[in-house]
Ligand binder design. Structure first.
Ligand code: ZN
Ligand code: ZN
Length: 732
């Protein structure tokens, strides 16, 4: 009887053998008995013999036929990931699938219902429709063109759902048969040649970049380094157009930033009759399954997605684009700790297709590879709109100026000028809450979290102290818990405090705070963006959420409030990240016809980071950082793996890592084994955290070592410890 080897979502580095009495192919999903329950697994191979005694092999309970089998290519990619990241094969394979495919409930995927105008809806005269009902009007206009599903309508506005209900209650809109519609449109799209809307004339640099990629045969990795506003997106659009004309599929990876719906809307508008699906955490399980299956069937020509979409099945994949390739959200921080950018590069080489990594501030890893010819460097040095100028960047020395609760007088004056001119300002501060710590001026008490090594952040709005690491919170004490002194002093600034200063100074200004606290609800951020675009906001206060994303046309001033901690951080990547962040946030200023200005408050105005920023000199900055990294022996000049351990008992955590270190040394591989040290947050939610770093001169040497080390790690007693191996770690 044939035997199948099945990947299951259990933390064991092996496949499991079962007999099966029907024809099965690799990639098919099956339900199998495991211990005392049944689980969904994926057949990785079909074999004739096995080492397991036949009487111990159980039969497959059911072969699932409700979804097409995974391709050999995808299985190969997943095996590579399991191997490279030293993570068990079963959880690797299962975590790459949409949640619905991991469950044993049949996935007869019902397409989302569509909506169309009723006879009375079609008869409405929009010319006399109330002007203030903007969203309702847009929905009616859209449906007059063609029936749409809810996701498509939500591209018009965040409130489309509620408006749709209202319009249905009026009898102007009705649901219609979605299955007939969607297959018809999918087939229609396959045969109809698509059009590219609003094609811009490319600059010669953009054209050269497009030509370089389209003329390359097979796999090639390109680094598209373009300053903000240089029109990287236009290069993407032309490349996508080229691929679509030839019947290929494009995978476009973007960072996790809650902006995928906007990007989706944008690419829809550029390719109005191409089929585009998105894959990101904001989708429902059914939407995700539906979109994945459309990609798998080849019906979706463009897949736009965050990190996880790198594992989307795409039979006609012809081009991969990774936008903002330096963004750390491409790295998964738990489970399979993969870098979607690096997996995408492997996938491109496996599929023999070109890949384009785009950024205004490439990661040093990619930049280094481009300098050494492993990637081909394509540069966009001019702004696409010739009248747009790069913003002017200046530093304000905080030691030589008057400060009000963390904001300098000069910056406040500039904000005031912008309000008078009807322009927007953005104050960027990478801390939410009111103040990062509360202190007693009498006894020196600090608001430590009792469960973590970090401080509790003061949230004055709801009068609470909150730990951002473990979520523990307390009511704001009336007096010092240490000595009873009545006066407690907030130290440092967060977004809420900055908002307060601005409110006091500009009582009539419309101030909008954008951070994780003010955008808890998924729709909030989208609504805020609409406000910003409609110029209903004078001053924006926000965290890095505001640094990313699209241009705000009326924004002409960016103030950066406290960047200094990253300059001398123990994390060697902190200054690289800060530079990228400041370049990005500076790029928000003055993108249209108005010149922009960036003011940075710092105690170190002569720091090379700010000098390079003033000159918009990424190359100079990168050269300096690379020289430093080479001297210090940091990536990209070495390759790293981090073993982390966490547990309640400090002794057990350190004993485990020390033993792991001892067996590593005994292997006598040519790798550098550092000491066991506390993690940067040494205690979180009452768990002690420590780590052990391994470095090697090449990936190959590192992988050889890890292959020898990992089986030994599996044998170490690690009861009650949470241990993980992180290859190419980004966090320390
Ligand atoms: Zn005190
Ligand atoms: Zn805590």
């Amino acid at each position: 009887m044939p035997i199948v080897r099945v990947a299951l979502d259990v933390p064991l580095p092996t496949l499991f053998d079962y007999t099966v009495d029907e024809a099965v192919v690799a990639g098919q999903r099956v339900i199998v008995p495991f211990r005392r329950r049944e689980m969904v697994g994926v057949v990785m191979e079909c074999v004739e013999t096995t080492d397991v005694p036949l009487d111990r092999i159980k039969p497959v309970v059911q072969v699932l036929h409700d979804s097409a089998p995974l391709s050999a290519n995808l299985l190969h990619l997943l095996r590579f990931c399991s191997d490279y990241y030293h993570y068990p094969i079963g959880p690797t394979v299962l975590s790459a699938l949409p949640t619905r495919l991991r469950s044993d409930k049949p996935v007869t995927s019902k397409p989302a219902p569509h909506y169309r105008l009723t006879v009375s809806g079609a008869a409405l005269d929009l010319a006399i429709f109330p002007k203030r009902k903007v969203v309702a009007r847009r929905i009616l206009e859209k449906l007059a063109e063609q029936p749409c599903n809810l996701a498509q309508l939500k591209l018009l506005s965040a409130t489309a759902g509620a408006q749709l209900k209202m319009l249905m209650a009026e009898g102007w809109i009705e649901q219609c048969d979605a299955s007939a519609l969607s297959t018809a449109s999918v087939e229609g799209e396959k045969i109809s040649a698509h059009t590219l809307a609003n094609a811009h004339l490319l600059t010669s640099e953009q054209q050269q970049a497009v030509d370089a990629v389209t003329q390359s045969a097979g796999f090639r990795c390109f680094l598209l380094h373009g300053i903000t506003g240089s029109g990287k997106t236009e290069v993407y659009v032309h490349l996508m157009d080229y691929v679509l004309q030839r019947g290929g599929q494009v995978l476009l990876l973007v960072p996790e930033i809650n902006l995928t719906p906007q990007l989706e809307g944008y690419f829809h508008s550029r390719f109005p009759d191409a089929s585009l699906v998105s894959l990101h955490s904001g989708l429902s399980e059914n939407e995700r399954l539906n979109n994945w299956q459309q990609a798998q069937a080849g019906a979706a020509q463009i897949v736009l997605g965050t990190r996880l979409s790198v594992f989307t099945e795409m039979p006609a994949l012809s081009l991969i684009i990774v936008d903002e390739e330096h963004d750390s959200s491409f790295k998964q921080q738990d489970g399979l700790r993969y870098s979607a950018r690096d997996v995408a590069i492997f996938r491109a080489s496996q599929s023999g297709v070109p890949i384009v990594l785009g950024s205004a501030t490439p990661s040093l890893e990619s930049y280094h590879n481009a300098q050494h010819g492993r990637y081909r460097l394509l540069r966009l040095t001019g702004r696409a709109q010739t009248d747009a100028r790069l913003p002017k960047v200046d530093c304000i020395n905080i030691n030589q100026t008057v400060m009000t609760d963390g904001i300098s007088e000069k910056l406040l004056r500039e904000v005031g000028l912008r309000i008078e001119r009807g322009e927007q300002s953005l104050l960027f501060i990478n801390r939410r809450g009111y103040a990062p710590v509360l202190m007693c001026t009498e006894c020196g008490w600090l608001s430590d979290c009792k469960h973590c090594a970090g401080k509790m952040v003061l949230h004055l709005k709801d009068k609470r102290l909150r730990c951002h690491h473990c979520g523990y919170q307390l009511r704001l004490p009336n007096a010092c818990p240490g000595c009873g002194h009545a006066e407690l002093l907030p130290v440092g600034s967060g977004t809420q405090r900055v908002e307060g200063v601005l409110q006091a100074r500009f009582p009539d200004a419309r101030i909008l705070r954008v951070d994780r606290d003010s955008t808890r609800n998924k729709r909030d951020w989208q609504r805020m963006r609409e406000q910003i675009h409609a110029n209903e906001v004078d001053i924006l206060v926000g965290t890095q959420m505001l640094a990313k994303g699209h241009d705000f046309p009326a924004l002409t001033l960016v103030g950066v409030l406290n960047p200094d901690s990253a300059l001398y951080s123990s994390d060697f990547r902190a200054s690289e990240k800060l530079f990228a962040q400041l370049m990005q946030v500076s790029g928000r200023a003055g993108r249209a016809d108005k010149p922009g200005e960036v003011l940075i408050q710092t105690a170190f105005p002569d720091h090379p980071l700010f000098r390079c920023l003033q000159n918009h000199d990424f190359e100079g900055w990168a050269a300096m950082l690379l020289a430093e990294r080479q001297m210090a022996g940091f990536p990209p000049f070495v390759f790293q793996a981090m073993l982390r351990a966490e547990g309640i008992n400090e002794g057990e955590v350190y004993a485990y890592l020390t033993r792991a270190r001892t067996v590593a040394i005994e292997l006598k591989h040519p790798v550098e084994i550092l000491g066991v040290v506390p993690a940067s947050l040494a205690r979180r939610a009452n768990h002690i955290r420590a780590q052990l770093l391994i470095q090697a001169a090449s990936r190959k040497v590192l992988q050889q070592f890890l292959r020898a080390w990992q089986p030994l790690l599996d044998e170490l007693p690690a009861h009650k410890l949470h241990c993980s191996l992180d290859i190419d770690p980004l966090e320390f």
